[in-house]
Design a protein around this ligand. Sequence first.
Ligand code: ATP
Ligand code: MG
Length: 429
Amino acid sequence: MSSATKIPANEHGINSREIDKKARTILNSLTDAGYEAYLVGGAVRDLLLGIIPKDFDIATNATPEQIKQVLPSTRIIGRRFRLAHVHFGREYFEVATFRAPHNNSDSGLVGQHGRIIHDNVYGTLEEDAYRRDFTVNALFYDLKNAEVVDFVGGVSDLKKLQLRMIGDPEVRYREDPVRMLRAIRFASKLGLKIEKETEAPIRELASLLGNIAPARLFDESLKLFHSGQAIKILEALREYQLFQYLFPEAETSLAEDIDKDGNEGSYTQLVYAALENTDRRIRADMPVTPAFLFAVMLWKRVSEGFKMYKELGNPALQSMHSAASDAFSEQVKCISVPRRFSNMTREIWTLQGLFSFKNERRVLRLLDHKRFRASYDFMCLRAQCGELPMSECNWWTLIQEVDLKEKKAMCHAASSSKHSRKPRRRSKN
Ligand code: ATP
Ligand code: MG
Protein backbone atom coordinates (compact mmCIF):
# COMPACT_ATOMS: atom_id res chain seq x y z
CA MET A 1 0.00 0.00 0.00
CA SER A 2 3.02 2.21 -0.35
CA SER A 3 2.28 5.50 -2.08
CA ALA A 4 5.85 6.56 -2.69
CA THR A 5 6.90 8.50 -5.74
CA LYS A 6 10.26 7.33 -7.06
CA ILE A 7 12.23 10.00 -8.82
CA PRO A 8 14.92 8.73 -11.20
CA ALA A 9 18.43 10.17 -11.56
CA ASN A 10 17.74 12.14 -14.72
CA GLU A 11 15.05 14.07 -12.83
CA HIS A 12 16.55 14.60 -9.39
CA GLY A 13 20.07 15.35 -10.60
CA ILE A 14 21.92 13.95 -7.54
CA ASN A 15 25.32 12.58 -8.43
CA SER A 16 26.04 9.61 -6.14
CA ARG A 17 29.69 10.64 -5.94
CA GLU A 18 28.61 13.68 -3.93
CA ILE A 19 27.65 11.28 -1.16
CA ASP A 20 30.43 10.69 1.32
CA LYS A 21 32.32 7.53 0.41
CA LYS A 22 32.03 6.03 3.87
CA ALA A 23 28.27 6.65 3.89
CA ARG A 24 28.10 4.81 0.56
CA THR A 25 30.03 1.92 2.09
CA ILE A 26 27.47 1.68 4.90
CA LEU A 27 24.53 1.82 2.48
CA ASN A 28 26.06 -0.87 0.26
CA SER A 29 26.99 -3.14 3.18
CA LEU A 30 23.45 -3.05 4.57
CA THR A 31 21.73 -3.61 1.22
CA ASP A 32 24.22 -6.40 0.32
CA ALA A 33 23.23 -8.08 3.60
CA GLY A 34 19.59 -8.00 2.47
CA TYR A 35 18.35 -4.95 4.42
CA GLU A 36 16.80 -1.76 3.13
CA ALA A 37 19.01 1.29 3.66
CA TYR A 38 18.62 4.88 2.52
CA LEU A 39 20.35 8.18 2.87
CA VAL A 40 17.81 10.36 4.64
CA GLY A 41 16.82 13.78 5.94
CA GLY A 42 19.01 16.85 5.64
CA ALA A 43 21.57 15.19 3.37
CA VAL A 44 19.06 14.35 0.63
CA ARG A 45 17.47 17.80 0.94
CA ASP A 46 20.84 19.54 0.68
CA LEU A 47 22.01 17.43 -2.28
CA LEU A 48 18.81 18.30 -4.15
CA LEU A 49 19.48 21.98 -3.43
CA GLY A 50 23.08 21.67 -4.60
CA ILE A 51 24.46 22.27 -1.08
CA ILE A 52 27.23 20.10 0.37
CA PRO A 53 25.58 18.22 3.29
CA LYS A 54 27.24 18.56 6.67
CA ASP A 55 26.32 15.05 7.72
CA PHE A 56 25.02 11.95 6.05
CA ASP A 57 22.36 10.18 8.09
CA ILE A 58 21.11 6.76 7.14
CA ALA A 59 17.79 5.01 7.78
CA THR A 60 17.36 1.24 7.57
CA ASN A 61 15.01 -1.60 8.48
CA ALA A 62 17.88 -3.38 10.27
CA THR A 63 17.76 -3.15 14.07
CA PRO A 64 20.78 -1.68 15.88
CA GLU A 65 21.97 -5.23 16.70
CA GLN A 66 21.65 -6.30 13.07
CA ILE A 67 23.53 -3.19 11.97
CA LYS A 68 26.32 -4.14 14.36
CA GLN A 69 26.45 -7.65 12.88
CA VAL A 70 26.93 -6.21 9.40
CA LEU A 71 29.22 -3.36 10.47
CA PRO A 72 31.24 -4.39 13.53
CA SER A 73 32.55 -0.85 14.14
CA THR A 74 29.00 0.07 15.23
CA ARG A 75 28.36 1.46 18.70
CA ILE A 76 24.79 1.38 19.91
CA ILE A 77 23.87 4.51 21.81
CA GLY A 78 20.85 6.04 23.51
CA ARG A 79 18.31 4.53 25.81
CA ARG A 80 15.06 6.05 24.66
CA PHE A 81 16.01 6.29 20.99
CA ARG A 82 18.42 3.48 20.30
CA LEU A 83 20.68 4.52 17.48
CA ALA A 84 23.66 2.97 15.77
CA HIS A 85 26.80 5.00 15.26
CA VAL A 86 28.99 3.38 12.65
CA HIS A 87 32.54 4.45 13.34
CA PHE A 88 35.45 5.09 11.02
CA GLY A 89 38.05 6.03 13.58
CA ARG A 90 36.75 9.13 15.33
CA GLU A 91 34.32 9.93 12.55
CA TYR A 92 30.93 8.24 12.70
CA PHE A 93 27.65 8.07 10.80
CA GLU A 94 24.24 7.84 12.39
CA VAL A 95 22.25 4.83 11.24
CA ALA A 96 18.67 4.80 12.59
CA THR A 97 16.15 2.02 12.33
CA PHE A 98 12.84 3.13 10.69
CA ARG A 99 10.56 4.48 13.39
CA ALA A 100 6.79 4.78 13.54
CA PRO A 101 5.21 8.14 14.36
CA HIS A 102 4.35 8.68 18.05
CA ASN A 103 0.58 8.41 17.66
CA ASN A 104 0.82 5.10 15.81
CA SER A 105 2.74 3.44 18.57
CA ASP A 106 1.42 1.90 21.77
CA SER A 107 2.14 4.86 23.94
CA GLY A 108 3.07 4.02 27.47
CA LEU A 109 4.24 0.52 26.55
CA VAL A 110 6.80 -0.44 29.13
CA GLY A 111 9.84 -2.42 28.10
CA GLN A 112 11.55 -5.32 29.81
CA HIS A 113 13.54 -3.04 32.09
CA GLY A 114 10.75 -0.63 32.92
CA ARG A 115 11.88 1.62 30.11
CA ILE A 116 9.16 3.47 28.23
CA ILE A 117 9.67 2.27 24.71
CA HIS A 118 6.89 4.07 22.94
CA ASP A 119 9.35 6.41 21.25
CA ASN A 120 11.36 3.51 20.00
CA VAL A 121 8.80 1.47 18.15
CA TYR A 122 10.22 0.43 14.84
CA GLY A 123 8.22 1.16 11.75
CA THR A 124 8.19 0.92 8.00
CA LEU A 125 9.91 3.23 5.54
CA GLU A 126 6.61 5.02 4.98
CA GLU A 127 5.97 5.46 8.69
CA ASP A 128 9.48 6.77 9.09
CA ALA A 129 8.73 9.43 6.46
CA TYR A 130 5.53 10.58 8.20
CA ARG A 131 7.06 10.97 11.67
CA ARG A 132 9.52 13.57 10.32
CA ASP A 133 8.84 17.30 10.52
CA PHE A 134 8.93 18.98 7.09
CA THR A 135 8.33 17.38 3.70
CA VAL A 136 11.78 18.45 2.48
CA ASN A 137 13.31 16.60 5.47
CA ALA A 138 11.48 13.35 4.74
CA LEU A 139 13.14 12.31 1.49
CA PHE A 140 15.09 9.07 1.08
CA TYR A 141 17.83 8.33 -1.39
CA ASP A 142 18.20 4.77 -2.64
CA LEU A 143 21.82 4.44 -3.72
CA LYS A 144 21.45 1.11 -5.59
CA ASN A 145 18.72 2.45 -7.88
CA ALA A 146 19.86 6.08 -7.75
CA GLU A 147 16.28 7.07 -6.88
CA VAL A 148 14.79 9.60 -4.52
CA VAL A 149 11.86 8.06 -2.63
CA ASP A 150 9.20 10.62 -1.70
CA PHE A 151 6.01 9.86 0.27
CA VAL A 152 5.11 13.43 1.21
CA GLY A 153 5.63 15.66 -1.81
CA GLY A 154 8.98 16.94 -0.57
CA VAL A 155 10.59 17.09 -4.02
CA SER A 156 7.86 19.31 -5.43
CA ASP A 157 8.00 21.52 -2.30
CA LEU A 158 11.75 21.89 -2.77
CA LYS A 159 11.23 22.90 -6.39
CA LYS A 160 8.79 25.55 -5.15
CA LEU A 161 11.33 26.53 -2.47
CA GLN A 162 8.64 25.89 0.09
CA LEU A 163 8.88 24.57 3.66
CA ARG A 164 5.79 22.58 4.51
CA MET A 165 4.96 20.62 7.65
CA ILE A 166 3.91 17.00 7.26
CA GLY A 167 0.37 16.54 8.62
CA ASP A 168 -1.58 19.15 10.59
CA PRO A 169 0.91 21.90 11.51
CA GLU A 170 -0.77 22.81 14.79
CA VAL A 171 -0.81 19.20 15.95
CA ARG A 172 2.83 18.75 14.96
CA TYR A 173 3.93 21.95 16.76
CA ARG A 174 2.05 20.90 19.88
CA GLU A 175 3.74 17.49 19.73
CA ASP A 176 7.11 19.22 19.64
CA PRO A 177 7.23 23.04 19.85
CA VAL A 178 10.92 23.05 18.83
CA ARG A 179 9.62 22.44 15.30
CA MET A 180 8.68 26.16 15.26
CA LEU A 181 12.35 27.03 15.70
CA ARG A 182 13.32 24.46 13.11
CA ALA A 183 10.89 26.06 10.65
CA ILE A 184 12.62 29.42 11.09
CA ARG A 185 16.07 27.86 10.82
CA PHE A 186 15.46 25.88 7.64
CA ALA A 187 13.55 28.71 5.97
CA SER A 188 16.30 31.24 6.71
CA LYS A 189 19.22 28.93 6.05
CA LEU A 190 17.96 27.39 2.84
CA GLY A 191 16.07 30.39 1.46
CA LEU A 192 12.69 28.60 1.64
CA LYS A 193 9.35 30.26 2.17
CA ILE A 194 7.26 28.83 5.00
CA GLU A 195 4.03 27.58 3.45
CA LYS A 196 0.88 29.42 4.60
CA GLU A 197 -0.68 26.70 6.76
CA THR A 198 2.69 25.78 8.22
CA GLU A 199 3.25 29.42 9.13
CA ALA A 200 -0.23 30.25 10.42
CA PRO A 201 -0.22 28.73 13.94
CA ILE A 202 3.31 29.80 14.95
CA ARG A 203 2.62 33.10 16.73
CA GLU A 204 -0.26 31.65 18.66
CA LEU A 205 1.71 28.61 19.79
CA ALA A 206 5.00 30.44 20.43
CA SER A 207 4.54 30.31 24.21
CA LEU A 208 4.73 26.49 24.11
CA LEU A 209 8.49 26.98 23.88
CA GLY A 210 8.26 27.85 27.56
CA ASN A 211 7.78 24.13 28.27
CA ILE A 212 10.90 22.96 26.48
CA ALA A 213 13.87 21.82 28.54
CA PRO A 214 16.38 24.70 28.75
CA ALA A 215 19.20 22.32 27.77
CA ARG A 216 17.48 21.49 24.49
CA LEU A 217 16.94 25.19 23.81
CA PHE A 218 20.67 25.77 24.32
CA ASP A 219 21.41 23.32 21.50
CA GLU A 220 18.71 24.80 19.29
CA SER A 221 19.91 28.36 19.91
CA LEU A 222 23.38 27.46 18.76
CA LYS A 223 21.99 25.84 15.63
CA LEU A 224 20.02 29.03 14.99
CA PHE A 225 22.70 31.61 15.72
CA HIS A 226 25.68 29.64 14.43
CA SER A 227 24.00 28.77 11.15
CA GLY A 228 25.72 31.49 9.12
CA GLN A 229 22.34 33.30 8.80
CA ALA A 230 22.03 34.70 12.30
CA ILE A 231 20.72 38.12 11.26
CA LYS A 232 17.94 36.73 9.10
CA ILE A 233 17.11 34.29 11.87
CA LEU A 234 16.99 36.98 14.57
CA GLU A 235 14.58 39.00 12.46
CA ALA A 236 12.37 36.00 11.71
CA LEU A 237 12.34 34.87 15.35
CA ARG A 238 11.26 38.35 16.43
CA GLU A 239 8.66 38.58 13.70
CA TYR A 240 7.11 35.28 14.78
CA GLN A 241 7.31 36.26 18.47
CA LEU A 242 9.57 33.34 19.27
CA PHE A 243 12.68 35.26 20.29
CA GLN A 244 11.25 36.29 23.67
CA TYR A 245 11.12 32.62 24.71
CA LEU A 246 14.83 32.23 24.04
CA PHE A 247 16.30 35.57 25.12
CA PRO A 248 13.61 37.49 27.03
CA GLU A 249 16.03 40.17 28.26
CA ALA A 250 17.39 40.78 24.78
CA GLU A 251 13.86 41.01 23.37
CA THR A 252 12.99 43.68 25.96
CA SER A 253 16.26 45.53 25.35
CA LEU A 254 15.75 45.50 21.57
CA ALA A 255 12.10 46.55 21.83
CA GLU A 256 13.05 49.49 24.08
CA ASP A 257 16.07 50.48 22.03
CA ILE A 258 14.20 52.58 19.52
CA ASP A 259 13.52 56.32 19.73
CA LYS A 260 10.26 58.07 18.90
CA ASP A 261 11.39 58.62 15.30
CA GLY A 262 11.96 54.90 14.88
CA ASN A 263 15.76 55.11 14.99
CA GLU A 264 17.57 52.15 16.49
CA GLY A 265 19.92 52.71 19.37
CA SER A 266 23.43 51.47 20.04
CA TYR A 267 22.34 48.15 21.57
CA THR A 268 20.51 47.13 18.40
CA GLN A 269 23.57 48.13 16.41
CA LEU A 270 25.73 46.04 18.71
CA VAL A 271 23.55 42.95 18.26
CA TYR A 272 23.55 43.34 14.49
CA ALA A 273 27.28 44.00 14.31
CA ALA A 274 27.98 40.97 16.49
CA LEU A 275 25.74 38.63 14.50
CA GLU A 276 27.21 39.93 11.25
CA ASN A 277 30.62 39.15 12.65
CA THR A 278 29.48 35.63 13.68
CA ASP A 279 27.97 35.01 10.23
CA ARG A 280 31.22 36.10 8.58
CA ARG A 281 33.29 33.82 10.83
CA ILE A 282 31.02 30.81 10.19
CA ARG A 283 31.21 31.34 6.44
CA ALA A 284 35.00 31.59 6.65
CA ASP A 285 35.09 28.38 8.73
CA MET A 286 36.51 30.24 11.72
CA PRO A 287 35.69 29.16 15.28
CA VAL A 288 32.86 30.83 17.19
CA THR A 289 31.94 30.47 20.84
CA PRO A 290 28.51 30.43 22.49
CA ALA A 291 30.03 32.70 25.17
CA PHE A 292 30.09 35.55 22.68
CA LEU A 293 26.42 35.11 21.79
CA PHE A 294 25.40 35.37 25.45
CA ALA A 295 27.80 38.27 26.04
CA VAL A 296 26.02 40.21 23.30
CA MET A 297 22.43 39.21 24.02
CA LEU A 298 22.64 40.05 27.72
CA TRP A 299 24.88 43.11 27.40
CA LYS A 300 22.23 45.78 27.85
CA ARG A 301 20.82 44.14 30.93
CA VAL A 302 24.31 43.61 32.36
CA SER A 303 25.58 47.09 31.69
CA GLU A 304 22.46 48.58 33.31
CA GLY A 305 22.83 46.26 36.29
CA PHE A 306 26.49 47.18 36.57
CA LYS A 307 25.66 50.87 36.65
CA MET A 308 23.04 50.31 39.31
CA TYR A 309 25.36 48.34 41.60
CA LYS A 310 28.09 50.96 41.12
CA GLU A 311 25.70 53.74 42.05
CA LEU A 312 24.82 51.84 45.20
CA GLY A 313 28.48 52.17 46.13
CA ASN A 314 29.83 48.74 45.18
CA PRO A 315 33.32 48.38 43.70
CA ALA A 316 33.46 47.87 39.91
CA LEU A 317 34.46 44.22 39.93
CA GLN A 318 31.81 43.24 42.43
CA SER A 319 29.20 45.29 40.57
CA MET A 320 29.97 43.38 37.39
CA HIS A 321 29.79 40.02 39.19
CA SER A 322 26.40 40.88 40.68
CA ALA A 323 25.02 42.19 37.39
CA ALA A 324 26.26 39.08 35.57
CA SER A 325 24.70 36.75 38.16
CA ASP A 326 21.36 38.57 37.90
CA ALA A 327 21.39 38.35 34.09
CA PHE A 328 22.29 34.66 33.98
CA SER A 329 19.86 33.62 36.68
CA GLU A 330 17.06 35.01 34.51
CA GLN A 331 18.49 33.66 31.24
CA VAL A 332 18.88 30.06 32.42
CA LYS A 333 15.14 29.83 33.03
CA CYS A 334 14.84 29.73 29.21
CA ILE A 335 18.19 28.46 27.98
CA SER A 336 20.59 26.65 30.23
CA VAL A 337 24.15 27.69 29.59
CA PRO A 338 26.91 25.21 30.46
CA ARG A 339 29.17 26.66 33.15
CA ARG A 340 32.26 26.82 30.96
CA PHE A 341 30.47 29.17 28.57
CA SER A 342 28.80 31.35 31.19
CA ASN A 343 32.17 31.74 32.92
CA MET A 344 33.72 32.79 29.65
CA THR A 345 30.91 35.30 29.09
CA ARG A 346 31.50 36.75 32.56
CA GLU A 347 35.18 37.16 31.77
CA ILE A 348 34.41 38.95 28.51
CA TRP A 349 32.22 41.39 30.47
CA THR A 350 34.66 41.83 33.34
CA LEU A 351 37.56 42.59 31.03
CA GLN A 352 35.56 45.40 29.37
CA GLY A 353 36.36 47.47 32.42
CA LEU A 354 40.11 47.06 31.96
CA PHE A 355 40.66 48.44 28.46
CA SER A 356 40.69 52.04 29.66
CA PHE A 357 43.75 51.49 31.86
CA LYS A 358 46.91 52.15 29.87
CA ASN A 359 49.69 51.62 32.38
CA GLU A 360 52.29 49.20 31.13
CA ARG A 361 51.91 46.47 33.72
CA ARG A 362 48.12 46.29 33.34
CA VAL A 363 48.25 46.47 29.55
CA LEU A 364 50.78 43.64 29.27
CA ARG A 365 48.77 41.54 31.68
CA LEU A 366 45.55 42.12 29.75
CA LEU A 367 47.23 41.26 26.43
CA ASP A 368 48.27 37.96 27.99
CA HIS A 369 44.84 37.11 29.40
CA LYS A 370 43.29 33.96 27.95
CA ARG A 371 40.09 35.88 27.19
CA PHE A 372 41.85 38.89 25.73
CA ARG A 373 40.91 38.11 22.14
CA ALA A 374 37.19 37.61 22.72
CA SER A 375 37.03 40.64 25.02
CA TYR A 376 38.91 42.79 22.53
CA ASP A 377 36.53 41.73 19.73
CA PHE A 378 33.60 42.61 21.97
CA MET A 379 35.11 45.99 22.91
CA CYS A 380 35.67 46.83 19.24
CA LEU A 381 32.04 46.01 18.48
CA ARG A 382 31.02 48.40 21.24
CA ALA A 383 33.26 51.06 19.70
CA GLN A 384 31.80 50.40 16.25
CA CYS A 385 28.34 51.12 17.67
CA GLY A 386 29.35 54.34 19.36
CA GLU A 387 29.45 53.02 22.93
CA LEU A 388 33.16 53.86 23.09
CA PRO A 389 35.45 56.05 21.00
CA MET A 390 36.80 54.19 17.97
CA SER A 391 40.29 55.34 19.00
CA GLU A 392 40.08 52.87 21.91
CA CYS A 393 39.67 49.93 19.56
CA ASN A 394 42.39 51.27 17.25
CA TRP A 395 44.85 51.64 20.14
CA TRP A 396 44.36 48.00 21.20
CA THR A 397 44.55 46.83 17.59
CA LEU A 398 47.88 48.58 17.12
CA ILE A 399 49.45 47.47 20.38
CA GLN A 400 48.97 43.82 19.42
CA GLU A 401 50.93 44.38 16.24
CA VAL A 402 54.05 46.12 17.58
CA ASP A 403 57.07 44.73 19.44
CA LEU A 404 57.57 44.96 23.19
CA LYS A 405 59.63 48.15 23.05
CA GLU A 406 56.94 49.92 21.07
CA LYS A 407 54.22 48.49 23.31
CA LYS A 408 55.95 50.10 26.27
CA ALA A 409 56.27 53.39 24.42
CA MET A 410 52.57 53.32 23.56
CA CYS A 411 51.64 52.75 27.18
CA HIS A 412 53.95 55.50 28.32
CA ALA A 413 52.48 57.95 25.83
CA ALA A 414 48.92 57.00 26.72
CA SER A 415 49.43 57.12 30.49
CA SER A 416 51.04 60.53 30.36
CA SER A 417 48.29 61.89 28.13
CA LYS A 418 45.83 63.80 30.28
CA HIS A 419 42.94 62.03 28.58
CA SER A 420 43.84 58.61 29.80
CA ARG A 421 42.12 57.23 32.85
CA LYS A 422 44.45 56.10 35.55
CA PRO A 423 43.66 53.62 38.26
CA ARG A 424 42.74 55.39 41.43
CA ARG A 425 45.58 55.28 43.94
CA ARG A 426 44.97 54.85 47.56
CA SER A 427 46.52 57.64 49.54
CA LYS A 428 49.51 56.49 51.53
CA ASN A 429 48.50 58.18 54.71
P1 ATP B 1 20.86 20.02 9.48
O1 ATP B 1 21.46 20.18 8.13
O2 ATP B 1 20.62 21.31 10.16
O3 ATP B 1 21.49 18.97 10.35
P2 ATP B 1 18.75 18.08 9.31
O4 ATP B 1 17.53 18.06 8.47
O5 ATP B 1 19.76 17.01 9.10
O6 ATP B 1 19.38 19.50 9.15
P3 ATP B 1 18.64 17.20 12.05
O7 ATP B 1 18.26 17.99 13.24
O8 ATP B 1 20.02 16.71 11.91
O9 ATP B 1 18.24 18.10 10.79
O10 ATP B 1 17.63 15.99 11.98
C1 ATP B 1 17.72 14.96 11.02
C2 ATP B 1 16.33 14.58 10.52
O11 ATP B 1 15.54 14.08 11.60
C3 ATP B 1 15.53 15.75 9.95
O12 ATP B 1 15.81 15.95 8.58
C4 ATP B 1 14.10 15.30 10.18
O13 ATP B 1 13.69 14.41 9.19
C5 ATP B 1 14.19 14.52 11.50
N1 ATP B 1 13.90 15.37 12.67
C6 ATP B 1 14.79 16.01 13.44
N2 ATP B 1 14.20 16.71 14.43
C7 ATP B 1 12.88 16.48 14.29
C8 ATP B 1 11.72 16.88 15.02
N3 ATP B 1 11.82 17.69 16.09
N4 ATP B 1 10.52 16.42 14.60
C9 ATP B 1 10.42 15.59 13.54
N5 ATP B 1 11.47 15.19 12.81
C10 ATP B 1 12.68 15.60 13.17
MG1 MG C 1 21.54 16.73 10.33
